[in-house]
Design a protein around this ligand. Structure first.
Ligand code: IMP
Ligand code: MG
Length: 187
């Protein structure tokens, strides 16, 4: 098989910049939540890499849990249809919840997740996303922590996939368009 890096048009955020920024986020969260023990809710699978690095950058007695929702499938467009594929293992009433997401594009997925979690009676729900696409959001949503604002391009790596591939790249990069539009003739 050819190296997956061959499919990357350019690196958007290097491994070093990712780790430096995650360290900053961890310190910020540790200060904001001092004397509290938040539950980090990782939205699978995209946020998995971010979650484990962020968790290790937080100096508080946190707990972690995982939520899996349906995403785009093998498309690069948000459908707006969200389904819980794997729910949390525990009740969250009275807990401080920090939702850990890989990327906010339309915001539809997060809107659904936050509304769903709020219905369970937590003490608070905040959102931490590694990436935020700079565009007109389709729904109003407050994001408390943002790693990087990025242009409205389809990105992969560091947890983010296209058709389940590229999650293991240690950086965030832009996929060559011909990878997901193979029939388009280049000139
Ligand atoms: P949203 O509902 O449009 O905000 O996006 C929901 C989910 O789609 C994100 O949590 C990601 O898992 C996925 N997604 C959105 N944009 C990208 C991208 O550029 N690359 C890979 N996955 C993406
Ligand atoms: Mg996601």
């Amino acid at each position: 098989m050819p190296p997956i890096r061959n499919d990357i048009a350019h690196v958007l955020i290097s491994e070093r910049d990712l780790q430096r920024r995650i360290g900053e986020l961890g310190r910020e969260i540790s200060v904001d939540y001092r004397n509290r023990a938040p539950l980090l809710v990782c939205v699978l699978k995209g946020a998995a890499m971010f979650m484990v690095d962020l968790a290790r950058a937080i100096d508080l007695p946190i707990a972690i849990d995982f939520l899996a929702v349906s995403s785009y499938g093998a498309s690069t467009q948000s459908s707006g249809v969200v389904r819980i594929l794997k729910d949390l293992d525990q009740a969250i009433d009275g807990r401080d919840i920090l939702v850990v997401e890989d990327i906010v594009d339309t915001g539809l997925t997060l809107r659904y997740i936050v509304d769903n979690l709020r219905d369970r009676g937590p003490a608070s729900v905040r959102i931490c996303t590694l990436l935020l696409k700079l565009k007109q959001r389709e729904c109003a949503i407050v994001i408390d922590y943002v790693g990087f604002e990025i242009p409205d391009e389809f990105v992969v790596g560091y947890g983010l996939d296209y058709a389940e591939i590229y999650r293991n790249l240690p950086f965030v990069g832009v996929l060559r368009p011909e990878v997901y539009r193979p029939n388009q003739v280049e000139n």
